[in-house]
Design a protein around this ligand. Structure first.
Ligand SMILES: NC(=O)c1ccc[n+]([C@@H]2O[C@H](COP(=O)([O-])OP(=O)(O)OC[C@H]3O[C@@H](n4cnc5c(N)ncnc54)[C@H](OP(=O)(O)O)[C@@H]3O)[C@@H](O)[C@H]2O)c1
Length: 176
């Protein structure tokens, strides 16, 4: 089971514009197309609780697609869970992956945010990264990864310019 991380950032590496949680106000339509095609292709989607709250308006639950939200207080969200479609969990990434392996949903799409990315990278569990870089500078905001000291090495697989403004889509293999 492979884990693919997908993230969007500004040229200065910010994944939010300051405190604004809504990334759709600055992401290009080409990146949105890329992101939602990955959502469509993957039936196992993992995210942090803050990302879940920020993306609630665009999350469409569907049969056959399981979303797992990591939180230290899963009980607080139990009234929002939907069997086989939306789960809240306080498992460690390692433990979670072991459990998911048995469920046969296929690969995992890890959609952030920075805290959750850090937990997975720290345990060396990520195989691939899709990183979109929008030609913008924010100066302030969340990072690709927060809260961990890492020395993760990547190998660039491809780089594509996906629109006239120069939005770049980078694909990396993560050396494990
Ligand atoms: N540009 C992009 O591609 C992109 C992608 C995703 C998100 N974002 C943005 O990034 C922001 C969210 O990022 P974030 O770093 O604040 O949060 P996050 O990674 O989405 O979620 C953090 C939450 O994860 C839970 N958590 C932390 N450690 C845990 C552990 N050991 N076990 C279980 N759960 C744990 C905690 O939830 P509890 O507090 O409930 O315990 C914590 O508050 C949002 O504004 C979102 O819009 C941007």
């Amino acid at each position: 089971m492979k884990v693919t991380m997908v993230m969007l950032s500004s040229v200065d590496g910010k994944t939010t514009q300051g405190n604004n949680k809504n990334v759709y106000v600055w992401s290009s339509k080409e990146d949105q197309k890329h992101f939602f095609s990955l959502i469509q292709k993957n039936n196992l989607i993992v995210m942090g609780r803050a990302t879940y709250e920020a993306s609630k308006p665009v999350i469409k639950l569907e049969k056959g697609k399981l979303r797992i939200v990591l939180t230290r207080s899963p009980n607080k969200y139990s009234n929002q869970s939907v069997k086989d479609q939306l789960e809240f969990s306080d498992e460690s990434p390692n433990k979670l992956l072991k459990r998911l392996l048995a469920l046969n949903y296929g690969n995992i799409l890890l959609v952030g945010g920075s805290t959750t990315n850090g937990l997975f990278l720290k345990q060396n569990l990520v195989d691939k990264l899709y990183l979109t870089i929008e030609p913008k500078i924010f100066g302030s905001g969340k990072n690709l990864v927060d809260g961990q000291l890492l020395n993760t090495k990547l190998h660039l697989i491809s780089v594509k310019k996906i629109n006239k403004a120069g939005t770049l889509l980078l694909k990396y293999k993560i050396i494990r």
